[in-house]
Design a binder for this molecule. Structure first.
Ligand code: NAD
Length: 417
């Protein structure tokens, strides 16, 4: 239990408890939602390229199973622990319910440093992890997807390992797969696309211009690069962007198309044309209209929140703002689009991928994007409307809807036995 109750998990629990009061949630249901249903801790010995064996710790946590199979990404990072994975699983539950997807929330992770590992080592680690968590996952049970430092190649290894065990191809066991293995068109861009879509929706509601605003993005991975590209195409100025090694700043705006090509060629964003190198801490405090954290959790804390100088924060990453920072930012009048809403495009298209895999019937990219936009607009309308009606911020409104739906499912199903 001590392993579970880390600061990140306690933060997720506190958010739930706060919302429970607002929706008058029964104590008995709150008690059931406060903890994950299933947590698996595995140790994985892997033969490294130098011939020695190294043991890695991995986790898979299923927070809630009331609405259907559980769904959630797998991250590889030196910071992964049980509490973080459990908090992320809980947020996935609210996110899926908020988007009205027939899933509960789950998350997985391996404590490792993928930047220091070869492709062969990562493949052996992934296949061993899949074998260890195999009884927990499956198209009807729990469906992993990519997250930090995992990608479609990782998903292909998981799908292959799982399918080999059963003796036939089971594409629906993971989403975020390569298209050639049953992946969905539009999945790779879906999260960043959703972040940009939600940001533009809120700009319109706030009566702010739909182009020409200054935008700062932390993280240049799957989510950050796509969100930046979409907003750049929309005519906004991406004045700063970063990755784990640091960031670049150009007050006149960075050409994101050229930056993506530069990154492909050099493997870094540093020293990009006409820009100054800056560190991640400085980047978050830059004066801008929109700040989009798309890297890791807990980057905006009570220490740097007072120094933030933006009008809107759109949470591409999961949990980038701590609750203490949330209060400070509220007082400063900064609007936060919460991660369970802003980055929900990823799990939504993952849902589409799962549906296509099960039906063995695949959709065009336009069909995927149209369906995504319809669901996002509906949810944004609901969250924005509730925030206006109840005079609460967007995070509270989104949580009220998500938690309320899961609670209703629990009420309907009752308590077994
Ligand atoms: P990614 O691995 O593709 O990219 C992560 C980026 O963050 C990289 O540019 C990396 O260099 C940077 N980064 C890592 N540590 C950093 C640090 N300490 N400071 C600054 N930058 C750092 O990951 P991703 O898929 O883009 O995911 C980013 C975030 O979005 C994560 O919090 C993830 O949970 C969340 N998310 C991802 C998806 C998805 O579909 N990929 C969906 C929902 C939420």
């Amino acid at each position: 239990m001590k392993e579970l109750l880390t600061p990140t998990f306690l933060m997720a629990q506190k958010q739930l408890e706060d919302v429970a009061k607002l929706i008058n949630l029964e104590e008995d249901i709150l008690e059931r939602l406060k903890f994950p249903r299933k947590s698996l801790l595995v140790s994985m010995p892997v033969r490294m390229d130098n011939g020695h064996v190294k043991t890695f710790m991995g986790y898979r946590v299923q927070h809630d199973l009331a609405m259907g199979p559980s769904k959630g990404g797998i991250r590889y990072s030196p910071e992964v622990d049980l509490g973080e994975v459990a908090a992320l699983a809980m947020w996935m539950t609210w996110k899926c319910a908020l988007m009205n997807l027939p899933f509960g929330g789950a998350k997985g992770g391996i404590c490792c440093n993928p930047e220091e590992m070869s492709e062969g080592e990562l493949e052996r680690l992934t296949r061993r992890y899949t074998t260890e968590i195999l009884p927990m996952i499956g198209p009807e049970r729990d469906i992993p997807a990519p997250d930090m430092y995992t990608n479609e190649k990782t998903m292909a290894w998981i799908m292959d390992t799982y399918s080999n065990y059963y003796g036939y191809a089971i594409p629906g066991v993971v989403t975020g797969k390569p298209i050639g293995l049953g992946g969905s068109l539009g999945r790779i861009e879906a999260t960043g696309r959703g972040v940009a879509f939600s940001t533009m929706y809120i700009l319109e509601k706030m009566g702010m211009p739909s182009s020409g605003l200054d935008v700062v993005v932390q993280g240049f991975g799957n989510v950050g690069s796509v969100a930046a590209k979409r907003l750049f195409e929309q005519g906004h100025n991406i004045i700063a962007i970063s990755d784990v090694h640091g960031g670049i700043y150009n007050k006149n705006g960075i050409n994101i198309d050229k930056l993506i090509n530069y990154y492909k060629e050099t493997g870094t964003i540093k020293d990009f044309e006409a820009s100054d190198n800056i560190i991640n801490e400085e980047l978050l405090e830059l004066g801008c209209d929109i700040l989009i954290p798309c890297a890791i959790g807990n980057v905006i804390t009570r220490d740097n929140a007072p120094k933030l100088n933006c009008k809107i924060i759109s949470e591409g990453a999961n949990g980038p703002v701590t609750p203490e920072a949330d209060d400070i930012l509220k007082d400063k009048g900064i609007i936060i689009i919460p991660s369970i809403l802003a980055n929900s495009g990823g799990v939504t298209v993952s849902y589409f991928e799962w549906v296509q895999d099960i039906q063995r019937l695949f959709w065009s990219e336009d069909e995927v994007i149209n369906k995504l936009n319809i669901l996002l607009t509906k949810t944004l309308d609901e969250v924005y409307g509730l925030s206006q009606d109840r005079h609460v911020d967007l995070r509270t409104a989104a949580m009220m809807i998500g938690v309320g739906r899961v609670a209703e499912a629990k009420r309907l199903r009752g308590l077994y036995p």
